[in-house]
Design a protein around this ligand. Structure first.
Ligand code: URA
Length: 232
């Protein structure tokens, strides 16, 4: 829908009044100054603000959760505790995890009700960075690290995309991947005859997991972090 129509339907003013407001820089779409009255906005996906106040009945929420082991990346489950259950008093029916971490994986999981952003972050075309710390059965050799970086065969049509892999002093591995294939890190290590024994995601889309969050805790993302995700 056109932005001016959206604004007038939201009761901000007449079509000519809202056009003037847009020109005066009083309207923002997803946190950026509106481009013009004809800018295309989607109801329920785009966030429109007038004089700094979000208009739509829907307000977006963004939480960084430090997912503990033993919790499933789902919104609801008949038997298991889900990541959304961990939000306690902030739990809402419209919140969902952006992507999945395995039940035995810990670390940064984004929970939101912003379907548009989630869709963009998960799009295979986007290549959003995800960084993991992996405990492994044995320290990988330099050749194996190079193979992980260049791409390995995990039984998909194509090898994995270029990644970054570094051996840490304690023998564990820091690995950044740009895809999100099922069990990807575990399968990449299997491809070099190794095995992940523990996995933690420490960064997502250019945002690092907050050290102050113990496993199971969460906090809202800052505006700057949300912006960084929009640019990721
Ligand atoms: N790779 C995995 O193998 N598991 C995860 O949970 C995330 C990435």
């Amino acid at each position: 829908m056109r932005l001016d129509r959206y604004l007038s339907q939201a009761g901000v003013g007449t079509r000519s009044q809202v056009k003037a407001y847009i020109r005066q820089g009083l309207v923002a779409v997803n946190g950026s100054l509106a481009e013009g009255p004809g800018q295309d906005v989607s109801e329920g996906t785009d966030q429109v603000a007038f004089r700094g106040e979000v208009l739509s009945g829907q307000r977006y929420h963004y939480y960084m959760l430090n997912k503990p082991k033993g919790v499933v990346s789902a919104t609801r489950d008949d038997r298991e505790r889900t990541v959304v259950d961990l939000l306690g008093e902030k739990k809402r029916d419209d919140l969902f995890p952006v992507g999945r971490l395995d039940k035995d994986t810990e670390g940064f999981l984004l929970l939101t009700n912003d379907g548009g952003l989630a869709h963009r972050l998960l799009s295979p075309k986007r290549h959003v960075d995800k960084t993991y710390l992996a405990q492994v059965r044995r320290p990988p050799t330099p050749e194996e690290l190079q193979a992980l970086e260049q791409g390995v065969d995990i039984g998909e049509k194509r090898p994995t995309l270029p990644a970054e892999a570094a051996l840490l002093e304690d023998g564990s591995l820091r690995i950044t991947i740009r895809e999100g294939k099922y069990h990807q890190v575990k399968r990449m290590l299997e491809a070099v005859d190794n095995q992940v024994t523990a996995l933690k995601r420490v960064a997502f889309g250019g945002i690092s997991l907050d050290d102050a969050l113990p496993a199971g805790a969460y906090r809202e993302l800052t505006d700057e972090e949300v912006e960084r995700l929009r640019e990721a």
